[in-house]
Each structure stands twice: as structure tokens, then as C-alpha cells.
Ligand binder design. Structure first.
Ligand code: ZN
Length: 77
């Protein structure tokens, strides 16, 4: 997994705001330094490339209903 991938994480984040604007945050950037930045979709797109060298990982945080839409069908064993 590279730092430029965005994981989808099922969390309720309706009250979390983007660090750069008043929009609801949908992504969390975990920095190698230990810090975290919350971004909306717009600002994630804008800063993703610039932050990639500094980021440990990108997490996409969405409402549970939305997150479930991303969940693939369970693999058959
Ligand atoms: Zn924003």
C-alpha cells in the first residue's frame, strides 16, 4: 500500500470540518510526523499530491450509509 492510496473507513464524521474550509471533512491525512489533517473532498484533491511525501496514509471517512456502498461483496471461501 502506498501513501497515495485512500482507504475507506466507516466513521460518522458529520461534525468534523475540513481544516481549510467550512465543509464537512471526508478524509483524514495521517502525517509521518504524527499529526493529522482533516480535509473535504475538494481540499483532499488539491493537497493530496503535495502531502503524499509527508503522509503515512490517507483515510477516507464517510457516513456509514455511504461507506457500506463501498464494501465489496464478501469473498467466498
Ligand atoms: Zn475544504
Amino acid at each position: 500500500m502506498t501513501a497515495t492510496e485512500v482507504r475507506t473507513v466507516a466513521l460518522f464524521t458529520a461534525t468534523d470540518r475540513c481544516d481549510r474550509c467550512p465543509a464537512r471533512a471526508t478524509a483524514l491525512v495521517v502525517l509521518r510526523s504524527g499529526g493529522e489533517l482533516a480535509f473535504c473532498d475538494h481540499h483532499l484533491r488539491r493537497y493530496r499530491a503535495a502531502l503524499a511525501p509527508l503522509a503515512l496514509r490517507f483515510e477516507r471517512h464517510v457516513e456509514l450509509d455511504e461507506a457500506l456502498a463501498f464494501v465489496p461483496a464478501p469473498a467466498r471461501r
